[in-house]
Ligand binder design. Structure first.
Ligand SMILES: NC(=O)c1ccc[n+]([C@@H]2O[C@H](COP(=O)([O-])OP(=O)(O)OC[C@H]3O[C@@H](n4cnc5c(N)ncnc54)[C@H](O)[C@@H]3O)[C@@H](O)[C@H]2O)c1
Length: 388
């Protein structure tokens, strides 16, 4: 007997909502029972385009339909509120990044998950391409060596006009700058690959854009493993780039892309084989004329190559639908994204207080637990972030 489709709904019929609706349809394993947006034309447009019923809000949709899973690609400031409404019905939620605006919201959602039976998952599509899946597997098994040094760069460009919509550029609507809204993809992948961080020290500055927060942030981070790294998030970089590099004692692993990678964007440079190099009379870092003296012919990265699955919404949504239909927990749970939100919270805390922040400090009662601006007044934020 054919399996019943997963009943899904999309709340938020804007730009990214299309990737959710199209992603579900492409699986051929879902029924889109409703779409909702307070802007009627948008909900009607989605209903016509994807074959569903339009509603004006999550509440209206949930009063008539019983979805198993509800996507929430609304502006970040509304994620927690909508997710709580969905969880109260017992359904599960797929939140867009950033999942929430602060750790207090994240813990409220975790409590609602525990109380109602539904689960919260988060779109971090870059965990789901074949490159990251391989990197995670090999690094976790120690097959690429012990990580020592990491570099994580989100050098993007958003013109001043990007901040025209009311919700952008404000702590209330957007929640934060590139640290929260843009670099979070790369930071999440870095933490997914390297494990928990321990301490960070950061700077956040507003150099040009009409926002209440930063347009560039920088952090140095120490991981629990003892590895160290640097992170930069910028919206002022015309030649855009997203890059993570992890140097282990076995080699350098690097992914270099923009908004999504395929296998060709990953490369691994094995550490020089010191013993072989010595027999050629070379320094370990040098190559012989044929390039073979210091670099092994095959390495764990090259040997693990398989099917190339690019990182995009489709990759994660297909996996999520399969997991839920099979009764499995999907890998990108809300809880698995907590270290990422802790990193973001700590970056603002360190930048605005001028002191290093330990992950262990970010408990209820810490000023940056309940708000990424730490309750600091806007004048003081401006003073801290604007270089004079
Ligand atoms: N994963 C990614 O690569 C990626 C890329 C861009 C944006 N995003 C995220 O997707 C989300 C949406 O971004 P967007 O660019 O599509 O924004 P958008 O403004 O194009 O769309 C948001 C839609 O949500 C609707 N909306 C607002 N409040 C609502 C509510 N309470 N209930 C129902 N609908 C509501 C708006 O009317 C609008 O149609 C954000 O969280 C953003 O950070 C993710």
């Amino acid at each position: 007997m054919a399996q019943a489709p997963l009943k899904v709904a999309v709340v938020g019929c804007g730009n990214i909502g299309n990737r959710h609706a199209a992603g579900y349809l492409a699986t051929g394993k879902t029924e889109l029972v409703g779409v909702a947006d307070p802007v009627k034309d948008r909900a009607d447009g989605y209903a016509a385009k994807y074959g569903s019923t339009a509603y004006g809000s999550a509440k209206e949709l949930l009063a008539e339909q019983q979805p198993d899973l509800v996507s929430v690609p609304t502006p970040p400031g509304s994620h927690a509120e909508v997710a709580l409404e969905v969880l109260a019905t017992g359904a599960s939620v797929l939140l867009e990044k950033p999942p929430v605006l602060n750790l207090a919201e994240m813990d409220a959602l975790a409590e609602a998950e525990a109380a109602n039976g539904g689960s919260v998952y988060v779109i971090f599509q870059h965990r789901h391409g074949s490159g990251a899946q391989r990197a995670h597997r090999l690094l976790s098994a120690g097959d690429l060596g012990t990580p020592r040094v990491a570099v994580c760069e989100t050098l993007w460009f958003r013109p001043r006009s990007y901040f025209d919509p009311d919700w952008r550029g404000t702590w209330v609507g957007e929640g934060g700058g590139p640290t929260l809204g843009h670099g979070i993809h790369q930071v999440d992948l870095l933490l997914h690959l390297l494990g928990p961080w321990k301490t960070l020290t950061a700077t956040a500055v507003r150099l040009d854009r009409p926002v209440q927060f930063e347009d560039v942030s920088l952090a140095t981070v120490i991981f629990e493993s003892g590895a160290v790294g640097t992170v930069i998030n910028s919206l002022l970089s015309p030649d855009e780039l997203s890059r993570i590099r992890i140097d282990t004692d076995g080699g350098s692993l690097e992914v270099d892309h923009l908004y999504g990678y395929s296998d060709a964007d990953w490369k691994f440079h094995p550490a020089p084989d010191a013993a072989r190099a010595a027999t050629f009379g070379l320094n370990p870092g040098e190559r012989g004329a044929d390039g073979s003296a210091s670099v092994a012919a095959t390495d764990p990265w090259t040997a693990s190559a398989g099917e190339d699955a690019p990182s995009n919404h489709q990759a994660q949504i297909s996996r999520l639908v399969d997991d839920l239909l099979a009764g499995r927990t999907h890998e990108t749970t809300l809880a698995s994204t907590r270290p990422t939100m802790e990193f973001v919270s700590a970056l603002y805390a360190s930048a605005l207080t001028g002191s290093p922040v330990d992950r262990a400090d970010l408990v209820p009662g810490h000023p940056f637990y309940a708000a990424l601006n730490g309750g600091v007044g806007q004048d003081a934020i401006d003073k801290a972030m604007i270089i004079t």
